[in-house]
Design a protein around this ligand. Structure first.
Ligand SMILES: [Zn+2]
Length: 398
């Protein structure tokens, strides 16, 4: 079974936009009502009915609400049931300690609803556009940039700073074919992704360009008076640019991870804690604020590339994903195995202080990562200590 997500820009008419906003609004209302019921009225509910508030009991309440209120009935019931299911799941996660407790949804922030794939009909209109029939809304055009593979399981329609978007979750039968072989992937600094076979994936130039445009838009917004209409417009521009950057980043992540998963059956990556690395830019106890500016630039590059996203994609696209201990992968010589931080000449090049092996630093690290995926982890040998110098086991004399 292969799951795949597709996101397209919807091109609704003014009337359709109104209906989409109405559907999102009613779903938000259902969420907020159901949340309030769970949070504030569960005791009364138990006293009256003897039961607990669950997805099932709240679904029954929803049926009653739909019978009584016209504008709730005017919106797809499955979309509302998805809301209750999501709330139930959020509570389950919160009680299991996996996440915070669900919060109320706000207009302008959470404008989305989900529909079941069985209720949808999709038709190709021409080379650029397709249309989808949404229950209680009708046919809505969308910009079809890719063909859908498999069966649509569900679709989420959301309002973003770039307008209405639709994302389809598709399921196709049969496991992903295993192309065999293995590759180590270094999420590097000089290049965002470097493979152990020497392939380097460069980040799209558009990301950097958008970064500059975002900072410029932020400066403009900060100069304008808070609460003014011009300030709000400038803020909207920042949000739209951010959304575009996120979309570009995601597109690139999809392209590269698909390319990697097609060529290699086993993908080995470092288990990286991006959040910890980011936090340390403020300086630690031993090195307060050292290289903060340099590190901040590096961190921005890391976050820009979206490593977590890349790992998540590889996890479902690759036949097998291994995560290995990230310690010393950039200081270890992939040729002789010596660990020495003097070998790392600079960000870009690696010259082994022990055997003189030279390589691109990210490429060297990618090979180490592949090695770790193939072999059980052993303590790295200390620089300068060859096999001969390691203490040998002495057989005690009888
Ligand atoms: Zn070496």
């Amino acid at each position: 079974m292969v799951f795949r997500g597709y996101m397209f820009a919807l091109r609704p008419t003014a009337r359709e936009s109104e209906l989409l906003a109405q559907a999102a609004g009613v779903c938000r209302l259902v969420w907020n009502l159901a949340l309030e019921q769970r949070r504030d009225h569960w005791r009364a509910f138990r006293a009256n009915t003897g039961g607990h508030l669950t997805y099932v009991t709240q679904s029954r309440e929803l049926t009653r609400l739909r019978a009584e209120v016209d504008f709730v009935r005017a919106v797809s019931q499955t979309a509302q049931q998805y809301v209750l299911k999501a709330l139930d799941e959020a509570y389950r996660r919160a009680f299991a300690g996996l996440g915070g407790f669900p919060q109320p949804k706000r207009k302008g922030v959470h404008d989305a609803f989900t529909l079941n794939g069985r209720e949808l009909t999709i038709e190709r209109l021409n080379r650029r556009y397709s249309r989808v029939r949404l229950p209680k809304i009708g046919w809505v055009k969308f910009r079809a940039t890719r063909a859908l593979a498999g069966k649509v399981v569900e679709a989420t329609i959301a309002h973003t700073p770039l307008g209405w978007q639709i994302s389809f979750a598709c399921k196709s039968d049969g496991a992903a074919p295993d192309p065999g072989g293995a590759v180590g992937v270094d999420r590097g600094v000089a290049v965002p992704l470097m493979l152990s076979d020497g392939t380097a994936f460069q980040a799209p130039a558009a990301l950097d360009l958008l970064d500059r445009r975002i900072r410029k838009a932020q400066r403009i917004a900060s100069r304008r008076r808070r609460g003014s209409r011009r300030h709000a417009r400038a803020q909207r521009r920042v949000a739209a640019l951010r959304a575009r950057q996120a979309r570009t980043r995601k597109h690139w992540a999809h392209e590269t991870t698909t390319a990697i998963a097609r060529r290699f059956g086993t993908v080995v990556v470092e288990a990286l804690r991006t959040r910890n690395m980011t936090r340390s830019a403020a300086g630690t106890a031993e090195t307060p604020g050292r290289n903060v500016a340099q590190k901040r630039g590096l961190n921005r590059a890391i976050l820009n590339v979206g490593w977590h996203q890349i790992e998540t994609m590889l996890r479902y696209k690759a036949h097998r994903l291994l995560t290995v201990d990230p310690r010393h992968t950039s200081q270890t010589c992939s040729c002789c195995g010596a660990v020495d931080n003097r070998s790392r000449k600079n960000q870009a090049s690696f010259v082994c202080a022990t055997c003189g092996f030279r390589a691109n630093a990210d490429h060297n690290a990618a090979i180490n990562i592949l090695h770790r995926g193939n072999t059980p982890v052993v303590e790295p040998r200390i620089a300068g200590a060859s096999k001969r110098e390691l203490p040998s086991l002495e057989i005690p004399a009888l």
